[in-house]
Design a protein around this ligand. Structure first.
Ligand code: 87F
Length: 522
């Protein structure tokens, strides 16, 4: 979800060239795949070539490339993560009395263009159906890039009196945005999955409150589930959703590339859409009033941010809370030792864990060595490995090996469940702490333009005092424009450090109004 002000620029880029490059790289890909079938492990290191590392990790188990550029197949290994987050979020919004619904994928041009101002900047990204079979459609039909214009005509119909409020709907669906800038699995794809919530209230106060409640759920998805630290804050005027009143977001940061990434957004739309779509109601005094609206979304981008944050040179590292397999149990038979006994112990161990609600699986494949299996499950990112060999059997214990830090520990089978539960919690916690430390190490406070440029070149997450003027942000963008993209605001954190009287804006030299995070971004 790139900022609106950048959209126009992006689409100017040569589309044909991009498509050719994508095709060429997918052909090169086939060669690499053949090579890889014989050996395990990644061919690129995270620090050496982050882009290649990322696509190699994704391709291992999470996604399959498709023959349409920018579209990816989500394989069960990634879909399971999406489902776990979905179960959490869906239950939370239901507690808030949000109801699920489903609106159509197709949008008529009349409806899509009803809200000209907001659609204008996005228009190049809208995909259209123009034919059925061989004949041209009389009126082309758009595919939803988001559903404001799809839903709001019906909000206008359904909301009549104050008793119809609040109206709180959500849908889990796919959307299509025909992006032209380099597609990246999960992070920027032409079709993606998300939830979009659209709510309407009688008062602004209720809308304001919900914006923050939802933002807190997004923080929890990142921090508690994906173990990715995020900053909650307010988008600048340039970067907010143009159709709305204000936009809040959670922002993550990828140290390896020095880029910020917008994790999810919660918008207060104010009454802009209510005006356009005539979403009015009769209030208690029998007067006609306009509703206040919000919209909010998080998408499969979350999975990409998680992969980028935790993955290492051995492959994926999955936080236990979202891993579809939390524990893998591997037999380590030895010569004439009791092989069947070891296999049985593995099955019994996995069953005991499953019964206790832990997602565990035994790997009894007899055509792979234990060492090969270790690498295989490490690549898949399974948080905890249990090995059972002759000595473990003898001592009534199992050996555990953590994916996050490689630490090995023998635990008695008598306390298997408690110990594994505890270990999984520790892994989850540790992954978050490590990611947070890495991010903190990148934060750089700057006061002047020279410090800003230096920090930008050092891939820092920049925190700077800012005058909060649109013109100044545009100027910063223009002055930092280069091959790797311009710097822009990520957000102004709600948690503001103290801003001493007389502090000046790093870019304009005018009095600073707030601290704001800046950086290049995805
Ligand atoms: C692309 C094409 C057409 C983003 C687009 O963030 C329209 C749009 O309106 C568009 N890309 N947006 C902004 C989406 C705003 C808003 N929609 C509901 C959200 C949360 C969920």
């Amino acid at each position: 979800m790139a900022g609106p002000s950048e959209k126009k620029e992006k689409v100017k880029k040569e589309k044909v060239v991009k498509e050719k490059v994508a095709k060429a790289s997918s052909i090169g890909q086939k060669k690499k795949d053949v090579k890889k079938e014989t050996g395990l492990g990644l061919s690129v290191k995270k620090d050496e070539n982050f882009g290649d590392w990322y696509s190699e990790v994704c391709k291992q188990d999470m996604i399959e490339y498709y023959d349409i550029s920018g579209c990816y197949i989500l394989r069960p290994w990634s879909m399971a993560i999406w489902e776990i987050m979905q179960i959490f979020f869906d239950a939370e919004i239901k507690k808030m009395k949000v109801k699920n619904c489903y609106f159509p994928l197709f949008v008529s041009p009349a409806v899509l263009e009803k809200e000209k101002d907001h659609i204008e900047g996005f228009a190049p990204e809208v995909a259209w159906v123009t034919k059925s079979g061989k004949s041209d459609l009389e009126i082309p039909i758009a595919i939803r890039p988001t559903s404001e214009t799809v839903m709001y005509p019906y909000y206008s119909k359904w909301i009549r009196g104050h008793r119809d409020l609040p109206l709180k709907l959500n849908q889990w669906c796919n959307v299509v945005r025909w992006e032209f800038s380099n597609p990246t699995p999960f992070i920027r794809s032409r079709e993606f999955l998300w939830q979009e919530g659209h709510t309407a209230f009688a008062t602004k106060a209720e809308a304001d409150e919900e914006v923050l409640q939802i933002l807190e759920l997004y923080r929890r998805i990142y921090e508690e589930y994906l173990a990715v630290p995020v900053v909650k804050g307010m988008k600048s005027e340039n970067e907010k959703f143009a159709g709305g009143l204000y936009t809040t977001s959670v922002e993550a940061f990828i140290p390896n590339t020095g880029r910020g990434v917008q994790g999810a957004t919660s918008h207060c739309l104010g009454q802009n859409f209510a005006k356009m779509f005539e979403i009015n109601y009769e209030n208690e005094k029998a007067e006609t009033a306009m509703v206040w609206q919000n919209s909010w979304a998080y998408s499969t981008r979350t999975i990409g941010v998680m992969i980028m944050t935790h993955g290492d040179d051995k492959g994926l590292v999955l936080p236990p809370k979202v891993a579809s397999v939390q524990v893998v149990v591997i037999p380590v038979p030895y010569k004439d030792a009791n092989t069947q006994g070891i296999y049985d112990a593995c099955t019994a161990t996995a069953s005991a864990l499953c019964e206790a609600g832990i997602r565990a699986e035994e790997d009894l494949r007899d055509n792979y060595s234990p060492g090969w299996k270790y690498s295989d499950w490490e690549m898949k990112g399974v948080p905890l490995r249990i090995e059972i060999g002759p000595r473990d059997l003898e001592n009534d214990q199992v050996r555990t090996v953590r994916r996050d830090n490689g630490v090995k520990e023998d635990i008695p089978r008598g306390s298997l469940v408690e110990n594994v539960k505890e270990l999984l919690e520790k892994i989850q916690q540790n992954m978050y702490e490590v990611a947070k430390q890495k991010r903190e190490a990148c934060v750089q406070e700057v006061k002047t333009w020279d410090e800003f440029i230096k920090a930008l070149n050092e891939k820092k997450l920049i925190l700077a005092p800012w005058c909060d003027e649109e013109e100044v942000e545009r100027d910063v963008k223009a002055r930092t424009k280069g091959e790797t993209g311009a710097a822009k605001t990520l957000c102004s954190p709600f948690d503001q450090p103290e801003l001493p009287e007389g502090t000046l804006c790093f870019a304009s030299g005018k009095p600073a109004k707030k601290w704001t995070y800046w950086g290049r971004s995805y």
